[in-house]
Design a protein around this ligand. Structure first.
Ligand SMILES: Cc1ncc(COP(=O)(O)O)c(C=O)c1O
Length: 427
């Protein structure tokens, strides 16, 4: 008899029977409002009819058309559709299966294109769990402890985390850019630096939007030193932040972009895009894989991009994100233990802090568990585990956000007791 390995840690006890839109139906007979979306994956909601139909049709045609052996139509169509949304000049696309694989592909490409060894990452960044991706990840030692040695050539610089440093955003950005310049003088010379790798909003690192001025500062330094700027849009991309790409809140454009998660509504596929000039600096065959760019995933990807466009989901993410953030900030006024509420689009982080200002992971964990009791699925994140994150699907409705906020507040009250200042009083 076999059982699932204890290395898997599950955030909820829910066993899914089926799911639709923003809702998961458990084998326990309960109906859960899903504000996890499989960690930001089911962008068009669970089982969107158009995505289901596209996948069903493709399964009957060909499932695995191995892309280093034969090419298939869905991948060509997906490339064409992606071309409509990719930043200008990024006209060459390579596909893999997961975010981590795409991150590794981007690093391989940056090193080959520049002939330089080193990668600079920013504190709190999460880039995946394969050994190279884990080497680039600084969102918590839990992602790399116990299996050293990690990949060499990775250097970490400060992230402008204003709340953590007790600074305003402009001061945090100035500080982090000064630290980066210092790193380039003290540890990794520009001529040894292949790439800066950053998320437009930290994901596992605590749901912290990257200040646009910092993104612009990175672009400026990348241009000055011939360093490739890589945006890891695995979690923040595909409409989630209220723009199609998370970096579009800044003026900065990437040299290499990484996408996965929301691109195919739950089917595994990932991609990197760069200019043809950059891609052609890597030798043919330097990237590949057995399953990359799977035909069913690619067909689901085409359908996903169509649904996002047809249903105006990027704008919906912006509007519903504003609603969610405003509601959370209102809840924060009633619970002093909520130290910080932040977010961008449909990425919201609620940070729990003890009276002495230290991270309160116990409360965040208890609240996340209590949301399940309220039939709302949420996750935690942050290097110290003290942030609850909400990641609804891009199709989420106004009423569903309102229900989610009610259930979230009920969960916080269940853990912390009824608020000293009840809702509505004084407002
Ligand atoms: C920003 C970012 N990059 C990379 C990854 C790794 O993706 P995967 O888990 O598909 O390997 C993730 C996963 O959460 C992510 O959020």
């Amino acid at each position: 008899m076999a059982s699932l390995s204890p290395v898997l840690k599950q955030a909820t006890p829910v066993v899914v029977d089926h799911a639709f839109g923003s809702w998961i139906f458990g084998t326990d007979g309960e109906q859960y409002l899903d504000f996890t979306t499989g960690i930001g994956v089911t962008s068009t909601g669970h089982c969107h009819p158009k995505v289901v139909a596209a996948a069903r049709e493709q399964v009957g045609k060909i499932i695995h058309a191995q892309y280093t052996t034969v090419m298939h139509k869905p991948l060509l169509e997906l490339t064409e559709k992606l071309g409509e949304v990719l930043p200008a000049g990024l006209d060459s696309v390579f596909y893999a299966n997961s975010g981590s694989e795409a991150v590794e592909a981007a690093i391989r490409l940056a090193r080959m294109a520049t002939g330089r060894p080193n990668i600079v990452v920013f504190q709190g960044g999460f880039h995946g769990r394969t050994v190279a991706a884990a080497s680039l990840t600084t969102a918590g030692t839990k992602f790399s402890a116990g299996f050293a040695p990690l990949m060499a050539g990775v250097h970490m610089s400060a992230f402008p985390h204003a709340y953590r440093y007790g600074m305003d955003e402009a001061s945090a950005v100035a500080f982090a850019l000064r630290e980066l310049d210092y790193l380039l003088k003290t540890r990794t010379a520009p001529e040894d630096t292949a790439a800066f790798l950053i998320e437009p909003a930290l994901g596992d690192g605590g749901y912290i939007p990257t200040p646009p001025a910092f993104m612009d500062g990175l672009r400026d330094r990348a241009d000055r030193h011939g360093i490739k700027l890589i945006f890891d849009e695995v979690q923040a991309g595909v409409g989630r932040t209220g723009k199609f790409w998370g970096h579009q809140h800044s003026h900065a454009a990437p040299d290499i972009i990484i996408t996965a998660k929301g691109i195919a509504s739950g089917f595994p596929i990932s991609a990197i895009a760069a200019s043809t000039e950059t891609m052609s600096k890597a030798w043919p065959g330097s990237q590949g894989g057995t399953y990359g760019g799977n035909a069913v995933s690619a067909a689901a990807g085409v359908a996903t991009l169509e649904v996002i466009e047809e249903e105006g989901l990027v704008e919906n993410a912006r509007l519903r994100g504003n609603q969610m953030l405003a509601g959370l900030k209102e809840i924060q006024t009633r619970f002093p233990t909520i130290g910080n509420v932040r977010g961008i689009g449909l990425m919201a982080g609620i940070e729990f802090t003890a009276p002495d200002g230290t991270a309160d992971a116990a409360t965040a964990g208890a609240v996340q568990q209590a949301t399940v009791e309220q039939r709302l699925l949420t996750l935690t994140c942050g290097p110290e585990g003290n942030v609850v994150r909400l990641i609804p699907a891009l199709i989420v409705t106004e009423a569903e956000i309102a229900t989610g906020l009610e259930r979230f507040e009920a969960a916080v009250s269940a853990v912390l007791g009824a608020p000293a200042i009840p809702a509505g009083v004084g407002s």
